[in-house]
Ligand binder design. Structure first.
Ligand SMILES: Nc1ncnc2c1ncn2[C@@H]1O[C@H](COP(=O)(O)OP(=O)(O)OP(=O)(O)O)[C@@H](O)[C@H]1O
Ligand SMILES: [Mg+2]
Length: 453
């Protein structure tokens, strides 16, 4: 099945294409002008375009030129009115794949469509395979040999082998949840099909729904054209729902339906669309707590939680720290065109002793900064500071851990007061309430800590 755009000012020809191709299961769009065609391509990328060369307004050749300038790689078959060899040749020079002459026969069109759709599928798959050649053997970009990581590799192998199983990946921020999701996909038999990801915390509910499920024309004010959702694009592949703990309850119900029935509806649509995709979800929040707080559906949790893995924080696998650091040093050497030979002993000590609250991401960023500013042959990291995070995870309110350097009560109190003010929208009574203080006490402390808005 392909999505096919026909641009022709002749109503009869548009109808012929529509009647011929739609029953074969293709998504057929017909437009009258090249201008409308260009606008359409801005929102949806068809797999194939049939283009009349003689059009009112912009003609077919200019359309081809524009398409090429915009670097679109959509195969175009031109339709020429009569035996006009010159323009057909010109069209081929501008990148048209093929041409047909009016009057054309139906068999000819079907053959062309089949050929181009097959070619496209083959190219897509080839590109995927090329990209994943190394990946399929290893575990993508995942580095680390520690015991906890070996367990992760084993888990990846196991779930990769069962391509329908839903997977939930937990772990603190920066522990590599996304890398693991990708590795599972590429190692599985779905690996040559799309890996589609969406971050549930990045969109507001209605936007996320449109993004996930697509919409029909007229579903809302700006929906002038039908748009496929990401779920549909993930057909036969894998779908990665990141930060699932942040998903709105209304959408949770719809995702549950996808998991149970493997169907969904576009926004504003009535048709049930089938989709075969493996759902891999990830959360850095504790979902058990979200369930208790009533923000996450328990039934969905059980569905998502068929195979679960918890990625270990970096501080629990210190033996990986230097391996990772050397790896990042190499890659930033290349990126910044430097030739730093290795990591100095003093920096090694600091790296190993740090607790890495931001996990591998923090380590990666640290090495990046160190490489950027290093003037010597070895990486000393004299310009970087490694700060212990004194307030622990958001889901452990009140739990404060004291790092090796200790903690400043003065700074801590001041920072909490400022946070409370932000949270209360600068309403002092509310802020005082958040801190368990009276308004008078809060006022006194605002003065003491010299906090003004
Ligand atoms: N084991 C690893 N080997 C190599 N790089 C890693 C590893 N783990 C994480 N990284 C790198 O650290 C960064 C963070 O990883 P990733 O985005 O997968 O974390 P995450 O768990 O999804 O974090 P968040 O919860 O914040 O989204 C990425 O740049 C990733 O490439
Ligand atoms: Mg992530």
């Amino acid at each position: 099945m392909a999505s096919i755009l026909i641009i022709d000012d002749d109503k009869f020809i548009r109808k012929t294409f529509l009647d011929l191709l739609a029953p074969k299961g293709h998504d057929v769009f017909t437009l009258e002008t090249a201008e409308a065609g260009l606008a359409f391509i801005g929102t949806e990328e068809p797999d194939l375009i049939f283009l009349d060369l003689k059009l009112p307004g912009m003609d077919g050749l200019s359309f081809l030129e524009k398409l090429r300038l915009k670097k679109y790689d959509i195969p175009v078959v031109v339709i020429t009115g009569y035996a006009n060899v010159d323009t057909s040749v010109q069209a081929m020079k501008l990148g048209a794949k093929d041409y047909i002459r009016k009057p054309f026969n139906i068999e000819e069109i079907l053959l062309i469509v089949d050929k181009i759709v097959q070619e496209k599928q083959r190219d897509d798959q080839l590109a995927y395979f090329q990209k994943q050649k190394d990946t399929i053997l290893g575990y993508g970009d995942i580095i680390g040999n520690s015991k906890p990581m070996q367990n992760i590799y084993r888990f990846i192998d196991q779930v990769a082998a069962s391509p329908k199983t839903t997977v939930l990946i937990r772990g603190e921020t920066g522990t590599g949840k996304e890398l693991v999701a990708r590795a599972i996909h590429y190692k599985s038999e779905r690996g040559n099909k799309p890996f589609i990801e969406v971050n549930c915390s990045a969109f507001q509910e209605t936007l996320l729904e449109a993004e996930l499920f697509g919409y029909e024309a007229g579903a809302f004010t700006n929906a002038t054209q039908r748009k496929k959702g990401l779920m549909e694009l993930a057909h036969n592949g894998s779908f990665f729902l990141d930060e699932i703990g942040d998903m709105a309850p209304g959408l949770q119900a719809k995702i549950l339906k996808v998991l149970e029935k493997q169907t969904f509806r576009r926004v504003g649509g009535t048709k049930e669309i089938m989709v075969d995709t493996r759902i891999i979800s990830a959360s850095s929040r504790d979902i058990d707590k979200c369930i208790k707080a009533g923000t996450f559906r328990e039934d969905l949790y059980y569905r998502l939680n068929v195979a679960t893995v918890e990625l270990p924080p970096l501080r629990e696998r210190k033996e990986d720290v230097l391996i990772l650091a050397e790896h990042f040093l190499k890659s930033y050497n290349a990126e910044f065109k430097k030739n730093i030979l290795g990591i100095s002993d003093s920096l090694k000590d600091r790296l190993i002793n740090h607790s890495w609250p931001g996990n591998v991401r923090e380590l990666k960023n640290t090495i990046e900064r160190a490489v950027l500013f290093e003037q010597g042959k070895m990486l000393h990291g004299e310009t970087i500071t490694l700060t212990e995070r004194s307030i622990k995870k958001e889901d452990e309110p009140g739990k404060i851990s004291i790092g090796d350097q200790g903690v400043s009560l003065y700074d801590l109190e001041r920072s909490l007061i400022i946070q409370a003010l932000h949270k209360a929208n600068y309403n002092q009574t509310k802020a005082a309430g958040l801190l368990g203080l009276t308004r008078e006490t809060l006022k006194y402390r605002l003065k003491k800590y010299k906090i003004k808005h």
